[in-house]
Design a protein around this ligand. Structure first.
Ligand SMILES: C[S@@+](CC[C@H](N)C(=O)[O-])C[C@H]1O[C@@H](n2cnc3c(N)ncnc32)[C@H](O)[C@@H]1O
Length: 320
């Protein structure tokens, strides 16, 4: 990162490939990391032999920067490599995807505070492989939840059940120390209000691990025009429950900057990274009224008109 970051820095948006930025951030700096990576990374990797243990000495040795070398004890070493070798042999496309994601997840793990939480937003094509690999990578005892975000929008397949949900895997850095406070989470209406007291109806119920929430409406106020924008309402729950005011939140697949917008509204601080210039333009506009947001690199300060994404926004994949 061109300008060093410290916990006393301003909120920050960085225009870069995230893998170039992450090694410059200090260990344990973030209480919450939300990641909504693209599924199709456009990369094709050479297929590797996947049935043997490739790195017997250290877990996840792949792409470990020097910055992470001292913190590797949280990973599960040989076991992870063996599971990865067995699993990735089944699906070339997922192998490519994991090759992209793995070094970034290793950085995410390093950057999480000891009481921190990772929310990894995936869809049904990725979620099951990723769960097995993350169990092996973080440790199964660090798995906190599988959240289902269910929505109902767009065309519905006639030859199978229409797929209308995303999966968010939640892992904590330390199962004995993680921060979680569901009392601060926005409550929701009871599905059967007649079965509970009026007091309970008035208070609403605590969300479970299945979140019914509309997508960002193509005509609503929340819409930025960025095709893969996620709703404020789902980010609010994560940030309310898994961070405190003043904590740092990181999203290095930032897109339209929903994570930053919600973090700021809730009094948290943020670092966002995206490599797409259109994402940076959308965030400039979205954060225009926020005090103290630094955009890096400095050369990107020149303002240009917002691109028009309106035509493909509505039908774009919701989770990637
Ligand atoms: C699914 S979108 C994120 C949408 C976001 N959650 C929101 O609410 O707007 C994924 C983003 O990751 C960005 N991205 C993909 N690969 C990246 C990389 N290597 N470094 C930085 N950003 C990347 C893309 O430009 C895209 O904006």
């Amino acid at each position: 990162m061109p300008t060093a970051w410290s916990p006393s820095s301003s909120n920050r948006v960085v225009h870069a490939n995230n893998l170039d930025v992450l090694p410059h951030l200090p260990d344990g700096a973030f209480t919450l990391i939300y990641l909504d990576p693209p599924f199709n990374t456009g990369r094709k990797q050479n297929r590797q032999s996947t049935t043997s243990v490739r790195a017997p000495a250290q877990a996840a040795s792949v792409a470990l920067g020097a910055s992470a070398a001292g913190t590797i004890t949280g990973f599960k070493g040989q076991r992870y490599e063996r599971i990865k070798g067995d699993l990735l042999g089944y699906d070339d496309q997922f192998e490519d995807y994991w090759a992209f994601l793995e070094p970034r997840l290793i950085e995410a793990w390093r950057l999480l505070a000891d009481d921190g939480t990772l929310y990894l937003h995936l869809d049904y094509r990725e979620a099951h492989y990723a769960k097995v690999l993350l169990d092996a990578l973080f440790g199964r005892d660090c798995f906190l939840n599988e959240l289902i975000w269910a929505y109902d929008y767009g065309a519905k397949s006639k030859n199978r059940w229409p797929t209308k949900h995303d999966t968010i895997l939640v892992y904590v850095k330390n199962p004995a120390r993680y921060y979680f406070d569901s009392t601060t989470v926005d409550r929701e209406p009871y599905m059967a209000p007649g079965l509970v007291t009026p007091e309970k109806v008035a208070k609403g119920k605590l969300p479970t691990d299945v979140w019914w929430h509309t997508i960002v409406s193509p005509t609503g106020k929340e819409k930025t025009g960025y095709p893969t924008q996620k709703p404020v309402g789902i980010l609010r729950r994560m940030i309310q429950a898994s961070s405190r005011e003043g904590d740092w939140v990181l999203d290095f697949f930032a897109g339209s900057g929903t994570t930053g917008a919600v973090a700021a509204a809730l009094g948290r601080r943020f670092v966002l990274v995206d490599q797409n210039p259109e994402s940076i333009q959308v965030m400039r506009s979205r954060f225009a009224l926020l005090p103290e947001v630094e955009f890096l690199p400095e050369l990107e300060q020149a303002r240009s008109p917002l691109p028009d994404f309106a035509s493909d926004g509505a039908e774009a994949r919701l989770g990637a």
